[in-house]
Design a protein around this ligand. Structure first.
Ligand code: PRP
Ligand code: URA
Length: 296
């Protein structure tokens, strides 16, 4: 076990719980979420990757900075390229170099529709790799050409993608390339130009809602009105395990979504500076729907 800068008593109590959690995959998040030393907001900062658990906690609630405590079973663990910020504990910024490279081309005003569409698709696929990193696995057997062996397959809840129309559609195929078995629901929302509040016009998701994990897709999280309304609609339909995957987020949007639905993890490629008076993200990439579908 390696650790940095967290008080020994916190680490040792956590270590006991982590050991117990490792013995029962299904219990792990639950145990950590209810740990009395952890602020409840730290729950989204707990990640389990295979046999390893990465915990980011604010020790004793007084520190200005989050501390990293890295528990692992072997010494060959690596950190992944994801960042959180104390201001937005339910936000994960995926800083993989390929994503950042593609995002810069996406922002460029001279990027044509065809390339824009391809980039949204590729970024969505790369980000989905992170957003699915906590799917639980179950052991299975596999017959190789040489012998019977042991393998793993994704277990439990069925994944459902829910693009917010229109721009979320551009992310669907990229995610499906990684998770071809996922179902796809749709939520139709547009922002009223004057109030910037979402107006809903369509809602269709697969049945057996309570057995599903939902991944909402929308490239832009601006005021957060559309995202919050989409989550509210899904919850009203019975969904409880929901994540939100976007490409560019504004602090205003993250704040609103986190305040309305603190249980929803938000993944983005960039947390931009601010919104302008018209509700566009700065520096942003413009109107994602128009650039995707050439309706500018
Ligand atoms: C865009 C975007 C989001 C929404 C974000 O859609 O795709 O859905 O704005 O803004 P918010 O966070 O302030 O709600 P838009 O309303 O332009 O509809 P469109 O995709 O049909 O163009
Ligand atoms: N919707 C977009 O498409 N872009 C923004 O910057 C804000 C909302």
């Amino acid at each position: 076990m390696t650790s940095c800068a967290a008080p020994a008593n916190v680490i040792s109590t956590l270590a006991v719980d982590v050991r117990a959690a490792l013995e029962d995959d299904d219990e792990s998040l639950c145990v950590l979420r209810h740990h009395r030393e952890l602020p409840s907001t730290a729950a989204p900062l707990v990640h389990q990757v295979g046999q390893r658990i990465l915990i980011i906690l604010r020790a004793l609630r007084q520190s200005q900075h989050y501390r990293l405590v890295f528990f692992h079973a072997r010494e060959d663990s690596t950190f992944r390229a994801m960042d959180t910020t104390p201001a937005f504990p339910s936000l994960l910024v995926v800083r993989h170099p390929l994503i950042q490279h593609k995002l810069t081309i996406l922002r460029d005003r001279s990027t044509p529709t065809k390339i824009f569409k391809e980039l949204v698709d590729e970024i969505a696929m790369l980000m989905a790799y992170e957003a699915t990193s906590e799917l639980s696995l179950e052991e299975t057997s596999v017959e190789t050409p040489l012998e019977r062996g042991t393998g793993w397959r994704v277990s439990g809840k069925k994944l459902t993608l829910v693009p917010i129309l229109r721009a979320g559609l551009g992310m669907v195929e990229g995610v499906l390339r990684l998770v071809p078995g996922a179902r796809v629901g749709h939520i139709g929302l547009y922002r009223d130009h004057d109030t910037l509040e979402p107006v809903d016009y369509y809602f269709k998701i697969p049945g057996d809602v309570s057995e599903r994990e939902f991944l909402i897709l929308d490239p832009m999280l601006a005021t957060g009105g559309s995202a919050a309304a989409a989550v509210t609609s899904l919850k009203r339909a019975g969904a409880s395990r929901i994540r939100f995957l976007c490409i560019v987020a504004a602090p205003e949007g993250v704040r609103r979504l986190a305040a309305t639905h603190p249980d929803v993890m938000i993944y983005c490629a960039s947390l931009d500076r601010e919104l302008n008076a018209q509700g566009y993200i700065l520096p942003g990439l413009g109107d994602a729907g128009d650039r995707l579908f050439g309706t500018r």
